[in-house]
Design a protein around this ligand. Structure first.
Ligand code: GLN
Length: 569
């Protein structure tokens, strides 16, 4: 036990810790709840850090299928993480980095690597204390000077076998940090049974029972519910779960938007209870910026239809940040964005006229693999020819390059080597340093890189700065051998890497708004600060809609005038 003793003492940590667990079922919205709590603490002027622990064995989310895991969220420092980190960044100003997410896989990898290096000095390496110590030190790594509160979300549901080492680690930490420096919040489900007309508290009792069996008495319970919960129900939950009734809160399904959540909590004064328990003093809660944003969101001037053409359209989570960023673009323009999820493969069979003729904007998001590519190319061609605003992101930019190559440059069969390694026109090809990569995990071009913007371009108009920093996640890129030919055909490369070697942004000047980027701007968009490109794209869609209505109205007036003239004759 020699090398492992340090963490069994009380660590010298002044940062307060909030641990958030989930009970009864998964998908309760723990990430949103965590983000919302972060937001209200920040609204009290506190500096926070947030972390998500994932109990799966993958080292990170990078190799996981969007069907199983939703979108892979990328941080500035190039970590491929759980999508909950996206909620944290959207709700708060916390700095989200590689340290903000870890999994069973990374914990065991570190422990095994240390064991192989002989760092355990001959000890028998065990789950307790070696694995739990590794977990604790990863949590404590966030307690940096200036950080008042670290919020840690434990993925999964209490009672899962995979989660046990994490629950044990936070139990130990609670003890070591002390009652005034740690707080346990348990998010649980109170299902409503239509047949009996009752909200049932039993699953919550069992879930808290399980948590207490593992040594954790939650301080605060947050009950997810479809219906408002009566005071008696909250009191009953408190009684059975050993929590005073004033610390049992309700989180009813939001009426309008997930961004209402911080206000829902503040209305119930959850912030005051958290501050009281953690002995934190503040000058009060200022949610005014958030409230202004909500006002814009709830009282739009109108709505605008935008299509997202992808292959995971049935899954809300697969393009999570894209959908959120479109909503933010709407907030910035005070327009509600009606998102139409269009299946790329359906465009292949039904065509753009059937599926895209009524939208005012087309977005093709990132992705991997061949399926749906031809549909995406067809959607881009439709948007280009019909002059509908188009926004391509990562794979969306690569598809735009293919489309322009095939139909504006006449390079039939132009393709990406990802889909056709032997294509005669590899307009998109694998980046040089990717050719020698053999491991798939964590080896793409990842994280934030600078991009220099051309003045007088659409991109510069949106950003209003000369260099932007945007996050990447790709292996393929624009093939520079084709650059001049594209420029001659009318394309403009308005964003390049500082050395000029990598194409980051492609525009078509003859089109009202045709812009495609090799990076992922959606990861940096917030409801209170929409990403400039999303704000500009939604604005272009609103303009398109206006023009279309104007044309429709003038056609209508002409027809009416012609009919009136005919009637007079
Ligand atoms: N599959 C493409 C590449 O690896 C695009 C990746 C993406 O859209 N994130 O380059």
């Amino acid at each position: 036990m020699r090398g492992e003793k340090c963490l069994t003492h009380r660590p010298v940590v002044t940062t307060k810790h909030i641990f958030i667990t989930g009970g009864v079922v998964s998908s309760l919205g723990k990430g949103l709840t965590t983000g919302a709590i972060g937001r209200i603490l920040e609204s009290h002027g506190l500096k926070i850090a947030i972390q998500k622990i994932d109990p799966y064995v993958n080292v990170d989310a990078g190799t996981m299928n969007p069907y199983q895991h939703g979108e892979v969220y990328v941080t500035d420092d190039g970590a491929e993480t759980d999508l909950d980190l996206g909620h944290y960044e959207r709700f708060t100003g916390a700095k989200i980095t590689r340290q903000s997410n870890f999994t069973t896989g990374c914990v065991y990898r570190s422990v095994i690597e240390r064991e192989r290096r002989g760092e355990y000095l001959g000890e028998t390496v065990q789950l307790i204390p070696h694995v739990t110590n590794e977990i604790k030190s990863r949590i404590l790594a966030l307690s940096k000077p200036g950080i008042d509160v670290v919020i840690v979300e434990i993925g999964g549901t209490v009672g899962d076998i995979e989660g046990l080492p994490f629950i044990e680690a936070i139990r130990q930490l609670g003890l070591e940090l002390g009652r005034e420096s740690s707080l346990f919040i348990h998010l649980t489900l109170v299902p409503y049974l239509k047949t009996s007309g009752e909200a049932k508290t039993k699953p919550t009792q069992h879930s808290v029972g399980k948590l207490r069996e593992l040594g954790i008495q939650p301080d605060i319970l947050i009950c997810r519910t479809q219906v408002p919960l009566a005071k008696e129900a909250l009191a009953k939950i408190g009684l059975f779960c050993n929590v005073t009734p004033d610390l049992v809160f309700e989180e009813k399904d939001v009426d309008y938007s997930i961004y209402e959540l911080p206000q829902t909590f503040v209305r119930q004064k959850i912030d005051r209870h958290i501050l009281k328990k953690l002995k934190l003093r503040t000058h009060g809660c200022d949610l005014s910026e958030w409230e202004t944003m909500l006002d814009n969101l709830k009282n739009p001037h109108g709505s605008v239809d935008i299509a997202v053409v992808g292959k995971y359209i049935n899954l809300q989570d697969s393009y999570k940040s894209i959908y959120e960023a479109l909503t933010h673009g709407g907030i910035a323009n005070r327009y509600k964005v009606e998102i139409h999820r269009v299946d790329a493969e359906e465009i292949e069979t039904k065509g753009g006229d059937t599926l895209l003729s009524r939208v005012s904007g087309v977005l093709v998001p990132g992705g991997f693999g061949m399926r749906g590519i031809e549909g995406k190319v067809a959607a881009i061609r439709y948007a280009r020819e019909k002059k509908i605003p188009f926004f391509g992101i990562c794979l969306g930019m690569q598809c735009a390059t293919i489309e322009i190559g095939r139909h504006m440059l006449g390079l039939s069969n132009a393709n990406s080597t990802e889909f056709d390694p032997k294509t005669a026109h590899p307009v998109i090809c694998m980046m040089e340093d990717q050719q020698k990569v053999s491991n798939l995990g964590g080896t793409m071009r990842l994280g934030a890189y600078p991009c220099c913007l051309d003045r007088d371009s659409i991109a510069f108009g949106a950003y209003a700065i000369e260099t932007c920093f945007e996050r990447h996640r790709h292996r393929f890129e624009f093939n520079n051998a084709y650059r001049e030919r594209y420029e001659r055909a009318g394309a403009r490369f308005s964003g390049l890497s500082p050395d000029g070697n990598l194409v980051e942004i492609l525009e078509l000047p003859g089109h009202p708004w045709f812009l495609a980027v090799q990076f992922h701007p959606e990861f940096k968009s917030k409801p209170v600060a929409a990403h400039p490109l999303f704000a500009a794209f939604v604005n272009a869609a609103v303009e398109h809609q206006r023009r279309r209505h104007a044309v429709k109205n003038s056609t209508h007036i002409h027809v009416k005038a012609r009919e009136a003239k005919a009637a007079r004759r």
